[in-house]
Design a binder for this molecule. Structure first.
Ligand SMILES: Nc1ncnc2c1ncn2[C@@H]1O[C@H](COP(=O)(O)OP(=O)(O)OP(=O)(O)O)[C@@H](O)[C@H]1O
Ligand SMILES: [Mg+2]
Length: 487
């Protein structure tokens, strides 16, 4: 049950309980007040009846003792002599005397003769009565007044209590619903902000910029929650900034290190080449060692270039957007691959019209080359490779498919990570570093696209989705870069 519903129900229940208590109290009070009033009138009625009895004289009492002046309608007068009702009458509404029958009189015989008021039930015709019995010489005079008016007013009050309680219930429900909703609105805002933060991809520290709960008045309970929440968001943003700073430092370090390594590597390679050219005069094993130095320095150079590229892509640099003819780019890459490994039959499946996208030609070329090179180097000779281009709903799909042995499903989730190789020992000797697909992923992301892989033995497909137009984030980054450049 929601907090709101629980609060409303509690308030309504409280109103009902209070109304019930007040109603019951009023009914009990009304009953006892009215009964006291009847008892008071009963005393007067008894005095009047006694007086009228005395006035009757020696002939003994007649029905007329029930009709002294001032006696109210419904007054009952019974004269008991030796335990039997000698005379019994009740005054009707018209002021006439009605004789009482035996069945109505019988219950009066048992009334205590103490002058106090008692309630007796006189059956259907008369109902309940308040009566007193007082001795008059050898006889007993019983006088009674009907309780019907008391019960009538009690029932009326009960009806009123019901109506008022129902109205109070309606009003309380309405007011409680409005008040509770209004009071909980700030809490809802806090909850909304919290869930929107929960849905946010918190990759960049500025994601939380401007995300604050407006209700942060520390004098209210909700405000305290809001304040704590805002403070927590501040801490998260701070932690994210710290992480970004340290990532930035690492990136900068990798970029600087790779940049600095290029020059000494170029020297090493140059000297190795030079030595090879003069190789005629050198012993065989020195020539071999120099060729190893040369090839390893080449490998290291390409690794350093890859690292530098990745570091720059991470920084959001290194991609210059222009119109790129993807068809021409694919054809070039395939021709190069043909030349490099004639044992892999390579097919091209591109539309007749040139496919163009907004992007960086050199980087996209690298994407195609990396994918085709993988299909060549990680599959046995004779494996058929197909490179395809096809328009997709909001861009272009570039596919590189091969019929090789496939990629281990356990390795697939790590495929695009840096330095990830399925068979590290073998790939390392084959001269691979595990950076190729990481670069593909980074370049494609910088273009606002995505890359997917599906692999089963005999069919491995890498699909690169590229949007035709420049992504908004890259456009923003470009603009920011331009501002920075002018500054
Ligand atoms: N078409 C493919 N068929 C089978 N395995 C593949 C294929 N493409 C990639 N792989 C596996 O994925 C690993 C990672 O590929 P990636 O291109 O990132 O690195 P690499 O080719 O090993 O090295 P680099 O490309 O940096 O020279 C490879 O080592 C290989 O095990
Ligand atoms: Mg590769």
């Amino acid at each position: 049950m929601t907090l709101r519903r629980r609060l409303v129900l509690s308030i309504v229940a409280l109103v009902v309980a209070v109304s019930a208590v007040i109603g019951a109290g009023s009914i009990v009070a009304l009953f006892s007040i009215q009964r006291s009033a009847i008892d008071q009138q009963l005393q007067y009625a008894t005095s009047r009846a006694q007086k009228s009895l005395q006035d009757q004289g020696p002939n003994g009492p007649s029905l007329e003792i029930g009709r002294p002046s001032g006696q109210a309608a419904g007054t009952l007068t019974v004269y008991f002599l030796d335990g039997t009702a000698a005379v019994g009458s009740v005054l009707d509404n018209a002021g006439d005397i009605d004789r009482l029958t035996g069945s109505s009189v019988r219950p009066l015989g048992g009334v205590a003769i103490d002058g106090a008021a008692h309630t007796v039930d006189l059956g259907h015709d008369l109902g309940r009565y308040r009566v007193t019995a007082a001795p008059v010489g050898p006889a007993v005079l019983v006088v009674g007044l009907p309780m019907a008016p008391v019960y009538e007013s009690v029932w009326k009050l009960f009806g009123w209590v019901l109506v008022v309680t129902a109205l109070a219930l309606l009003a309380a429900t309405g007011v409680a619903a409005v008040v509770v909703r209004r009071s909980l609105r700030p809490l809802e805002r806090v909850a909304e902000t919290a869930s929107s933060v929960a849905r946010m991809p918190l990759e960049r520290s500025d994601a939380l910029d401007g995300v604050r709960v407006p209700d942060a008045d520390p004098r209210t309970e909700v405000g305290r929650v809001g304040t704590a929440f805002n403070r927590m968001l501040g801490h998260i943003a701070g932690a994210m900034q710290a992480r970004e700073r340290s990532e930035q430092k690492v990136r900068q370090f990798v970029a600087d290190a790779s940049h600095e390594l290029r020059t000494p590597l170029a020297s090493v390679r140059g000297y190795a080449e030079l030595t090879r050219r003069m190789g005629a005069d050198l012993p065989q094993d020195v020539v071999y060692a120099m060729s190893r130095i040369e090839s390893e320095s080449k490998r290291m150079t390409s690794m350093v270039e890859d690292l530098l590229l990745l570091a720059r892509l991470d920084e959001g640099r290194e991609v210059q957007f222009a119109d790129v003819d993807l068809t021409g780019l694919v054809l070039d890459a395939v021709n190069d691959a043909h030349a490099a490994s004639p044992d892999h039959p390579i097919e091209v499946d591109v539309p007749d019209v040139p496919v163009e996208v907004q992007g960086d030609a050199a980087r996209l070329h690298q994407v195609v080359v990396n994918l085709v090179t993988n299909a060549r180097t990680h599959t046995p000779d004779g494996t058929r490779i197909t490179v395809g281009l096809a328009p997709s709903p909001n861009g272009v799909d570039l596919t590189v498919r091969d019929t090789g042995q496939g990629i281990d499903p356990e390795f697939l989730p790590k495929l695009f990570e840096r330095f990830a190789r399925a068979d590290s020992s073998r790939s390392r000797t084959a001269g691979s570093t595990g950076l190729g697909l990481a670069i593909v992923d980074a370049v494609v992301q910088a273009h606002g696209g995505s890359v997917e892989v599906a692999s089963v033995p005999g069919d491995t497909v890498f699909t690169v989705h590229l949007p035709t137009s420049r992504p908004a984030a890259a456009a923003g980054a470009g603009a920011a870069g331009a501002v920075a450049a002018t500054a």
